[in-house]
Design a protein around this ligand. Structure first.
Ligand code: FES
Length: 163
């Protein structure tokens, strides 16, 4: 176990009531990710210690499930809607335009950690198709040109609330 820090103690407190079984492993990972946005190596050591397993075991479980991140989340997450209404209205073109500007694929973050692009699912607001979510906000009725402008603004540091 690496050096105990204030952060380590905070993580330890977060999982202190959990016991060694598989259900508790997932609970521990969910708690840590909810609190910090990802499961750090430090957190894996703490969870391993608490649940009496090896850090390699915790790492294996963490990386098995796509819900868990092992790196800090990007500053801005853009979720591209891959639902049928958005696809019918050039959703693929919106995705391709954003990927080209950001230089990443779905599921990746820009190298500077500024923007992440993920696949989202229809949330029922199809009247605004094709759309993406910038954080929690819907940016709808996109064109490929507007998607390029949006991606450039986010890439270049614009306030996500203003794009
Ligand atoms: S299909 Fe995209 S919001 Fe419904």
């Amino acid at each position: 176990m690496p050096l105990e820090t204030e952060a380590t103690a905070e993580i330890r407190a977060l999982v202190a009531d959990l016991r060694p079984d598989d259900a508790d492993m997932l609970e521990a990972l969910h708690r840590v990710q909810h609190r910090y946005g990802y499961v750090s190596q430090e957190a894996m050591y703490v969870i391993a210690d608490q649940l009496r397993v090896t850090p390699a075991h915790v790492y294996g479980v963490t990386t098995y499930y796509s819900d868990f991140r092992t790196t800090p989340p990007p500053e801005v997450t853009v979720a591209w809607c891959g639902g049928p209404a958005c696809r019918l209205k050039n959703g693929a073109g919106i995705r391709d335009a954003m990927q080209a500007v950001l230089g990443i694929e779905l599921g990746e973050d820009t190298a500077d950690g500024r923007v992440g692009l993920v696949a989202g699912q229809c949330n029922g607001s199809c009247e605004q198709a094709p759309q993406v979510w910038v954080g929690e906000r819907v940016v709808g009725r996109l064109t490929a040109a507007r998607a390029v402008t949006l991606a450039r603004a986010l890439r270049d540091g614009a306030d996500p609330a203003s794009v």
